[in-house]
Design a protein around this ligand. Structure first.
Ligand SMILES: Cc1ncc(COP(=O)(O)O)c(C=O)c1O
Length: 485
């Protein structure tokens, strides 16, 4: 690395990236401020002018009473929550605060196995014991959807003392289960339902989109307003509804986890993004949906490509899908999603949100334009002609990790003495860390779980075919932390 102090590599990388002017089919939705006109107005233009702190008249996020309290109340009224909180450490911070406010060491918490890695912080801080629900796997696209009601019923029966349930609604692929039914099942047992709605802040504003979690009677919901609501990266909302969670405990947990110097830029962007959604959300989403439906239509005509749509719903784990999220299977092209995303980016200046082994995920959001969508269609059509090996589909990889026994809670594993071993040597040992598939940020192995032969072989196979499995360390990225025995 060049350690010349005249360098500012991150700033340079950002300015170079911006100069490439990619077609924008990813997050955040605000598209460098373009969809929040307040931020480009004379008052907002110099963002630095808004970067103030808890001065007179500017309230205090820890104990809000004035402008922040009012802005949060407006968010609660819009989303039909009893109380809303501004978050400055993303949805991750909100999920952790919810778990910490609900669970004590040893309490069981039901979670889908395909939950986001953000839950891990909550599990370690609280000492909760995760009980995993197996999601329904969509075999055709190769991703995990939501959980089926039968799976929840079974687990609630087996774990009658659990503290509650956390679900993801929708998944990173924009797919959602029957949340109203799942919530009703949990409420019959008087268990609170916490929802990771990182990808659903726009749901209440258009009937074509899946139902939002609060309308399905969830008790607590965390939304990445920065992803689809148009606010700045890192800003999220936490909503509470009803009495199953103690709101002062949630507020205490947020004070424990969030900075005492919250960014007014982030909070102000939440305020104006909420106002924009309230005043023009439906209209803006009409345009977004029009662009998305046209792109879906054109992409579905390209040879070998399949788009996840209504015909792929199984009404178990997949009851709804978000049509603004275009999940494209490139399996029949004989290319991986990673290769297709790389080609789109390098040869066609199109940046999609995410790729996995089989799929590309492009997001048409508030900031995306017709030109962006056309660039995607054109890029895919040309890749189809030049690169695709139609009728030579990709070899299959195992879709979900093997089940492994949990020997310790994530918290116990986190605090236990540990050592580094290679993946080869790890069989029979207990992991002290998580190994995550990222994107989409889903742990395959949690701290406290035993590394079985099947898990070693599974991780080894993913690494061998360059699937982005994160968490290994050492110069060869082949070591992981295990508990010292
Ligand atoms: C399903 C899901 N939950 C939670 C998160 C964390 O959200 P944030 O980045 O706002 O902390 C993400 C991030 O991508 C996610 O995909």
């Amino acid at each position: 690395m060049n350690l010349d102090q005249k360098e500012a590599p991150l700033f340079t990388a950002l300015t170079r990236y911006i100069a490439k002017n990619y077609a924008y089919l990813h997050l955040p939705a605000h598209r460098q401020g373009k969809v929040l006109s307040e931020l480009l107005s004379p008052e907002g233009k110099s963002l630095l002018h808004l970067d103030l702190t808890e001065l007179p008249d500017l309230d205090d996020l820890y104990y809000p009473q004035e402008a922040i309290a009012w802005a949060q109340d407006l968010a609660a009224a819009l989303y039909k929550a009893s109380q809303s909180f501004f978050l400055v450490n993303g949805t991750s911070g909100g999920i952790q605060a919810l778990i910490l406010s609900l669970c004590r060491p040893g309490n069981e918490l039901l979670l889908p196995r395909n939950c986001h890695r953000a839950v891990l912080g909550g599990l370690i801080l609280s000492g909760a014991k995760p009980v995993y629900l197996q999601p329904v796997i969509n075999q055709e696209f190769g991703f995990a959807a939501s959980i089926a009601p039968e799976e929840l019923t079974r687990s609630l029966k087996e774990h009658q003392d659990c503290r509650g349930l956390l679900l993801v609604h929708p998944t990173y692929y924009g797919v959602a289960g029957d949340l109203a039914r799942l919530t009703a099942l949990a409420h019959q047992k008087n268990k609170p339902v916490l929802i990771d709605e990182a990808h659903g802040a726009h749901f209440p504003f258009h009937p074509v989109l899946p139902p939002d979690a609060l309308s399905c009677d969830a008790d607590a919901v965390v939304q990445s307003m920065h992803k689809l609501g148009g606010s700045l990266t890192q800003s999220s909302l936490l909503h509470l509804k009803g009495r199953r969670l103690t709101s002062y405990r949630v507020a205490d947990s947020l004070r424990l986890l969030q900075t005492s110097s919250p960014s007014y830029l982030l909070m102000a962007s939440l305020d104006v993004a909420r106002r924009q959604m309230a005043l023009t959300g439906h209209e803006l989403l009409n345009q977004v949906l029009e662009i998305a439906f046209q792109a879906r239509d054109e992409i579905s005509k390209i040879s070998g490509l399949k788009i996840f749509g209504a015909e792929n719903l199984d009404y178990l784990g997949a009851c709804f899908f978000d049509p603004t999220r275009i999940v494209i299977s490139v399996k029949q092209w004989g290319l991986t999603g990673y290769q297709a995303a790389q080609l789109l980016s390098s040869a066609y200046r199109v940046q999609v949100e995410m790729a996995d082994y089989y799929n590309l995920v492009a997001i048409v959001s508030l900031g995306s334009t017709r030109e962006d969508a056309q660039a995607l269609v054109k890029g895919l059509s040309e890749i189809c002609q030049k690169e695709a090996k139609i009728n030579q589909p990709l070899p299959d990889v195992p879709l979900s990790p093997p089940s492994v026994p949990a020997r310790l809670t994530p918290r116990e594993a986190w605090f236990a003495p540990n050592r580094l071993v290679s993946l080869k040597e790890s069989v029979g040992l207990i992991s002290a860390q998580e190994i995550t598939l990222s994107p989409p940020g889903i742990p395959l192995l949690f701290p406290g779980e035993e590394i079985t032969i099947e898990m070693r072989d599974y991780l080894g196979q993913l690494k061998k075919i360059n699937i982005p499995v994160k968490g290994f360390t050492g110069p060869q990225k082949d070591k992981l932390q295990v508990i010292k025995s």
